[in-house]
Design a protein around this ligand. Structure first.
Ligand code: SF4
Length: 362
């Protein structure tokens, strides 16, 4: 089965996803983070047996992507080092490879985001992982002295740029992006986008760039800071579309970015992972059912299409290891397919489309 072109101007994509958090432990303390835990069960490592159960739940729910996401510097925790040893793993990457392989065997594609990684780690992971990600967030060094990143050594821009380059050298299709509204200037946003564009021109592995709004959370250093307004988000999406090479898809998260259809009109073409299990990073902001997004998009003449964790352009032997390339063919069969019948309104009102829009599984 062949996927239809994702680059179609009126097509918006999303990935049916499920999030597995190996651990909430992280050595950083970003000024906006409600994910990190240093004590208790959530700071421990999920056992392989638990991970297998989670993969079965994900598959039963129809997910085709297993998003594995954790904090950084996980092996600085002596509890986690002890857990890895007791499960028979030499390191965190070996543990992740074991879970990723289980996902592949169950016809799900793992996508891993564990922050900064080395070339050697990327090379090991790519044997069973078709795509990875890490938010660059911002290239603005000034934030290292402010609430956002003053206690987050792994957010040093040079360090994150090195990870993006290492992923390019290792030929790992990669997702990165900006976090908008953490104290950076508009000029810094522009420079961050130019940095991503330069990386893409040099290596060709950046499949998408997320434009994600900062969300204030109670109990964090930035709880009283304001989230970016819609106009700011729209301007950054437009800027991203102008600066990034055309093959880099601009992604927006529809559960935390207000007025997502207008952001699509500004240039975004992907909604990222949409999970029936909720957003594990922003637990208050659940996703709606894909059909609901499809219906909203259809009012402006866009079609929603499910995609794999790795975008179509990168599904080639150059970018994927043999095991993951074979898995993409099998997982494609499991993608939900939408058929949108959009009647053309006779009164010229684009919104009249909604009254005769249907969606069906084909
Ligand atoms: S690096 Fe990620 S997980 Fe760690 S504190 Fe920052 S935002 Fe949270």
């Amino acid at each position: 089965m062949k996927l239809k072109a994702e680059s179609n101007q009126r097509t918006v994509t999303y990935s049916p996803s499920w999030t597995l958090i190996p651990t909430h432990y992280c050595r950083n303390t970003c000024g906006y983070c409600v994910f990190v835990e240093r004590e208790g069960a959530r700071a421990q490592l999920v056992s392989i047996a638990q991970a297998r159960l989670e993969i079965e739940r994900a598959r039963a729910a129809g997910a085709t992507e297993l998003l594995m996401m954790s904090g950084e510097g996980v092996e600085t925790s002596r509890h986690i080092r002890a857990q890895l040893k007791s499960e028979g793993f030499a390191c965190y990457v070996d543990y992740l490879i074991c879970i990723a392989r289980t996902a592949l065997e169950r016809d799900m594609l793992p996508h891993i985001n564990i922050g900064n990684v080395t070339f050697e780690e990327l090379t090991a992971l790519r044997s069973v992982v078709p795509s990875m990600g890490m938010m660059l967030e911002t290239i603005d060094n000034a934030l290292r002295g402010r609430a956002a990143h003053n206690r987050a050594p792994d957010k040093e821009p040079a360090r994150r740029m090195e990870t993006l380059r290492a992923a390019g050298r290792a030929r790992v299709p990669f997702t990165t992006g900006l976090l908008v509204g953490i104290g950076e200037t508009m000029r810094a946003r522009e420079e961050t986008l130019h940095s991503i564009a330069e990386i893409q021109i040099a290596y060709g592995h950046i499949q998408e760039a997320i434009v994600q709004p900062f969300t204030p959370h109670a109990g964090t250093a930035m709880e009283n800071c304001a989230a970016p307004c819609f106009e700011e988000m729209r301007d950054v999406v437009q800027l991203a579309r102008e600066i990034l090479p055309p093959e880099v898809i601009v992604q927006i998260p529809p559960n935390i970015a207000a007025r997502f259809v207008e952001l699509v009109e500004a240039g975004a073409r992907d909604l990222g992972g949409v999970s029936p299990d909720g957003d594990r990073i922003n637990p208050r902001e659940r996703w709606l059912a894909p059909k609901t997004y499809a219906k909203a998009l259809a009012t402006r003449g866009y079609t929603l299409q499910a995609r794999l964790a790795v975008h179509r352009k990168w599904i080639t032997p150059r970018w994927l290891a043999a095991e993951t390339l074979q898995a993409t063919r099998r997982v494609t069969q499991r993608l939900p397919k939408f058929k949108a019948n959009v009647c053309h309104a006779t009164n010229g009102d684009a919104h009249a489309h909604v009254s005769c829009y249907t969606i069906a599984t084909i």
